[in-house]
Design a protein around this ligand. Structure first.
Ligand code: IPE
Ligand code: IPE
Ligand code: MG
Length: 260
């Protein structure tokens, strides 16, 4: 299990974020600004996904998690929801071979039982095909909600206790091992495009110590340069995890003297 809680143990911090999580927002407004139907923005959004995945591979990011459809997005007009489902099918059909050729492992997290059989089958196939790839783990959050995630993890923990016939300790680690993304470290950098500054029920548990970066750029316009700006901002942050700046300085001085 890769997941370790940042509140239990201070994680190692690298210059480039190991894990970037993005709320890809602003597709509708991108299209409206151009007098196009909202869904045209979703189509262009897929192109942006392609370029950001490539940029992450180039920058050596290990995990990229993209919020594609929230558990609340079912509230949208039926036409838009149907369009998004079709787009998901097309993207799975067209992009998986390329991802695989580039050594990318694909995972999809969320309550997948709400999707039709075809989508569920495409997801299973894509995950199996790419399971052994190690260059980048691309996770698509679909019908995902942070509260759903904590709830389903808790449910599994309770079920494990029932199966074991004895109580299971409720700790950050035991909850963490049942979270949908237990295979990944917590996100280092959280990006939201499209100007809104909210979490919208994304990775509530896992964002505890992520660095937040908001940009007005609409998702279809987000590209490698925009990603590099976000990473640049991240690089300037001091990630203290509850400690003081002086403690961090001492730590790095000690590390320097050890390496001399
Ligand atoms: C994000 O763009 C994509 C999804 C939620 C599927 P939006 O569709 O939310 O775009 P805006 O926020 O309305 O511009
Ligand atoms: C969040 O975007 C979900 C995704 C990007 C998939 P929304 O545009 O749906 O978020 P809210 O509802 O405006 O906060
Ligand atoms: Mg939106």
């Amino acid at each position: 299990m890769t997941y370790t809680s940042s509140t239990v143990r201070v994680p190692d911090v690298a210059a480039v974020p190991r894990h970037i999580a993005i709320i890809m927002d602003g597709n509708g407004r991108w299209a409206t600004q151009r007098r196009l139907p909202r869904v045209a923005g979703h189509t262009r959004g897929v192109d942006a996904v392609r370029s950001v995945v490539e940029a992450c591979v180039e920058r050596g990011v290990e995990y990229l998690t993209l919020f594609a459809f929230s558990s609340e997005n079912w509230r949208r007009p039926t036409d838009e929801v149907s369009f998004l489902m079709r787009l998901f099918v097309t993207a799975l059909e067209r992009e998986v071979a390329r991802l695989h050729a580039n050594g990318i492992r694909l995972r999809v997290v969320g309550d997948l039982s709400m999707f039709n059989e075809r989508i569920q089958d495409l997801i299973r196939r894509a995950e199996t095909k790419t399971a052994r790839n190690t260059r980048l783990t691309l996770t698509i959050a679909a019908n995902y909600g942070g509260r759903w995630d904590i709830m389903q993890a808790t449910r599994k923990l309770v079920e494990a206790a029932a199966a074991a016939g004895e109580p299971v300790p409720v700790t950050e680690d035991t909850i963490g091992q049942y979270l949908a993304m237990s295979y990944a470290p917590e996100p280092d950098l959280f990006i939201r495009t499209g100007g809104e500054q909210r979490v919208s029920n994304f990775l509530l548990w896992q964002l505890a110590y992520a660095e937040f970066y908001f940009t007005d750029t609409f998702w279809p316009d987000f590209n490698a340069d925009a990603l590099n700006r976000a990473i640049g901002s991240y690089t300037e942050r001091e990630r203290r995890f509850g400690r003081t700046s002086a403690q961090l300085e001492n730590q790095s001085q000690n590390a320097d003297s050890l390496s001399c």
